[in-house]
Design a protein around this ligand. Structure first.
Ligand SMILES: Cc1cc2nc3c(=O)[nH]c(=O)nc-3n(C[C@H](O)[C@H](O)[C@H](O)COP(=O)(O)OP(=O)(O)OC[C@H]3O[C@@H](n4cnc5c(N)ncnc54)[C@H](O)[C@@H]3O)c2cc1C
Length: 295
């Protein structure tokens, strides 16, 4: 399948890219890794007359610690870079783990976090971990910049809160407090190159290594038109002593927050069962990480 004809732009500064987006607006698409966009263009789902590559814009491909309180991830950071970064693995494990499960090595070397979020697929691997890590997204246009919580970013399948003249510049995360641990787990029909049938990201914070849970976040993907936070399950965990039985019950509550569909990847009933199982497993792993917190 051939790509349709289009004008290609390769700005070397952010200002130049924003200028192009402002002039071309709805006729242009941003190109990051191209693993979604080029496929959609070949299938004639997207037919932009202008494509603006962000590959040469400085700073968009870096992971930058912010005074020990968090990290700023450039929108063009690849899944491969996130998966192997030491800071990400130590302090932001759900995102590093999810990045390591996205597609296969060749895809991970090109696929970016920005493309994954802007694409807005309900089954995308990086959305649930960004939700449990409380990510804020920095969007820029020629007229200014704004920050959006990732929880407010997803509006429906393929529909996100970004204007045609805006560029997602960075994804910003606060470092979780001491005795926090997180995990990511995904179910697909195959081990690699598989879009999730269900995916779950979790983050819990303990009062002390043997103490109760004081903060809990659970986000589920591929179970509703957008990724969702399982708020009722989170509230259920707070103030209680962690145990496998508690986590099983939280998984059961999580099922109630979802409206999965039956499709070629799995039935609604199977997805519901798997939400419960994966939530429990993910919380068990998160607990292990929280208890072995290194300052
Ligand atoms: C074989 C294969 C396997 C895959 N497996 C998985 C998988 O397991 N899990 C998964 O989640 N996804 C998977 N994907 C989908 C895809 O790889 C990811 O969604 C990837 O993260 C998209 O990033 P990208 O940089 O390639 O985005 P692109 O294709 O470059 O862009 C995607 C969309 O985002 C927009 N965009 C990109 N960056 C910005 C920005 N900074 N500001 C504004 N708009 C922007 C583009 O205009 C486009 O609309 C797979 C794709 C393929 C082809």
């Amino acid at each position: 399948m051939l790509l349709p004809k289009f004008h290609y732009h390769e700005p070397s500064t952010l200002e130049e890219a924003l200028q192009l987006l402002s002039e071309l607006g709805g006729n242009a698409k941003v190109l990051a890794g191209g693993t979604d966009l080029l496929v959609r263009m070949k299938q004639k789902i997207d037919m932009p007359s202008h494509v603006i590559s962000i590959a040469r814009i400085p700073g968009l491909s870096s992971i930058t610690p912010r005074n020990g309180h968090g990290v700023s991830i450039g929108s063009a950071v690849t899944a491969a870079a996130l998966a192997k970064d030491e800071l990400m693995r130590d302090r932001f494990a759900p995102l590093a783990l999810a990045a390591g499960r996205l597609g296969a090595p060749m895809i991970r070397n090109r696929a970016t976090i920005g493309g994954n979020l802007v694409n807005g697929r309900p089954a995308a691997d990086l959305s649930p971990p960004c939700m449990v890590l409380g990510a804020t997204l920095k969007l820029k246009s020629l007229s200014g910049e704004r920050e959006v919580s990732v929880n407010d970013f997803f509006r429906g399948p393929g529909d996100v809160f970004i204007e045609p003249n805006e560029l997602l510049v960075s994804i910003n995360l606060q470092t979780p407090p001491p005795w926090s641990g997180g995990s990511y787990t995904k179910l697909g029909a195959r081990k690699t190159l598989e879009i999730s049938m269900v995916n779950v990201a979790t983050l819990i914070t303990l009062q002390s290594p043997d103490g109760p849970i004081i903060e809990a976040r659970i986000a589920l993907g591929a179970v509703a038109p957008t990724p969702v936070r399982a708020f009722a399950a989170e509230e259920f965990l707070i103030g209680r002593d962690p145990s496998e039985e508690l986590f099983r019950q939280a998984g059961e509550i999580g099922v109630g927050m979802c409206s999965p569909i039956t499709d070629h990847r799995g039935t609604m009933e199977y997805r519901c069962m798997m939400i419960e199982v994966l939530t429990r497993r993910s919380l068990v792993e998160a607990l292990g990480q929280a208890r072995s917190w290194k300052s």
